[in-house]
Design a protein around this ligand. Structure first.
Ligand code: FDA
Length: 396
């Protein structure tokens, strides 16, 4: 690869992590992306309002083979640092539930802010650029790209892998970071879709489909913590924030445990109705605490008597077991097509947790979703992108 143009730093990927890194990597930084616009996932995130961080950002809210890895970057560039940046740019924001911070106006404000920070740092951005080959020599890295019909060779001292994970291929997600990481001797852990709806088949799907569109508060647990948020019945199975959260801890073949009455209100309601108004239907009583369609379906499924007064203790116990300890095994997930994140990825054991630099290949950095650090739903994944991008930028 001869006749190269030299940069101090080339960042592959103009997403959340790549742009943040570019704003801090100093002069001589070039960011490359094959997309038409930078930060496309930021643009569509949070229903177009970008849930850009979480006030409760804590290392426990991240999944990784090494749960300690993310601590350094998250503690040195915190949610408060990012919020401060947002405020300095005059972006109006609000807190929704569970510490989730959103833009008042549009996610585009966050992209414009990052572009302004990149401009202030004199970082260059090349869009619609195909990355053809990357090599490593005595003088650093060589990156061969195609842009506007021309082949260009770039040389750099620092190369940053920031092309994200595999989720939403329609938006340009590729496995480039994994391929290059392997090329430079880093391990890549198995990847799987996270924050993704569950799918079902056969009889369980028929029952779920019949309730499509019903949303209810629930506590959902796979092989990890239990999440108290909304659950949504869909034509394919189950979705909603509580389900998406649990999906990151789910493995093929495992059941999921669901509590449709996390506030434990149905049993006392059923018992007191049985005593006072024995002639009401169990579905009516359940419907005071659960969506009416769900209440009716449960009463039918459990073949409850028409009057609550005729429900014995055994029938009530069975009903409560069904409502509060519902175990159901998904047949799969909707996959990378709709997953918000990719679990697994570049093994953190090959990276320095302070700088994100590869131990075996000085000058090579990996940040953002490409790395085996995945956050919960609620702004955690963007915070990891900001923190890891910032950490690499500081080190460069
Ligand atoms: P990101 O995917 O943002 O950027 C990677 C960049 O690399 C892209 O610009 C891509 O075009 C480019 N690229 C990929 N392959 C390439 C190649 N071969 N050549 C050149 N360029 C290439 N998180 C959160 O905290 N709050 C939220 O509200 C949401 N909401 C949300 C909604 C939806 C629908 C999705 C899919 C995801 C979210 N997320 C989220 C997750 C969040 O979007 C994600 O964690 C970050 O965007 C990851 O940032 P990265 O910079 O690592 O990758």
């Amino acid at each position: 690869m001869a006749n190269s143009t030299r940069y101090k730093t080339v960042i592959l990927g103009a997403g959340a992590a790549g742009m943040m890194c570019a704003a801090h990597a100093g002069p001589g930084t070039l960011v490359l992306d094959h997309a038409k616009a930078p930060g496309e996932k930021i643009r569509i995130s949070g229903g177009g309002r970008c849930n850009f961080t979480n006030t409760g950002c804590d290392p426990d809210a991240f999944l990784s083979a090494n749960p300690h890895f993310a601590k350094s970057a998250l503690s040195r560039y915190t949610q408060w640092d990012f919020l401060d940046l947002v405020q300095r740019h005059g972006i109006a924001w609000h807190e929704k539930t569970l510490g989730q911070l959103f833009c008042d106006r549009s996610a585009k404000d966050i992209i414009a802010m990052l572009r302004a920070e990149m401009d202030a740092a004199t970082a260059e951005l090349w869009l619609q650029t195909r990355i053809d080959e990357v090599a490593h020599g005595p003088d650093g890295f060589l990156v061969r790209v195609s842009r506007e019909g021309r082949e260009i060779t770039l040389a750099c001292d620092h190369l940053v892998l920031a092309t994200g994970g595999l989720s939403i291929p329609k938006m340009g997600a590729t496995g480039l970071a994994y391929k290059l990481a392997r090329q430079f001797g880093l391990d890549v852990l198995d990847t799987r879709p996270g924050l993704v709806p569950f799918t079902f088949s056969g009889t369980p799907l028929d029952a779920l489909k019949a309730l499509a569109g019903v949303a209810t508060p629930a506590r959902v647990q796979a092989d990890g913590p239990a999440f108290d948020e909304a659950l949504l019945f869909t034509h394919r199975g189950l979705s909603g924030p509580a389900v998406l959260q649990a999906s990151s801890y789910w493995h093929e073949g495992q059941p999921v445990t669901i509590d449709l009455d996390p506030d434990a209100r149905t049993l006392p309601a059923l018992k007191s109705a049985r005593q006072s108004t024995g002639r009401k239907s169990p579905a009516t009583i359940l419907g005071q605490h659960l969506p009416a369609r769900l209440a009716t379906a449960l009463a039918e499924e459990m073949s409850l008597p028409a009057n609550i007064g005729d429900c014995g203790d055994a029938a009530l116990d069975r009903l409560i077991e069904r409502i509060r300890r519902w175990r159901i095994t998904p047949s799969g997930t909707e996959g990378y097509r709709t997953a918000e994140v990719t679990l697994g990825g570049i093994d953190t054991s090959g990276l320095n947790s302070t700088s994100m630099e590869a131990r075996s290949c000085p000058g090579l950095f990996a940040i953002g979703e490409a790395v085996d650090v995945t956050g919960w739903l609620g702004g955690y994944n963007f915070q990891w992108a900001w923190s890891s991008g910032w950490a690499a930028g500081q080190a460069i």
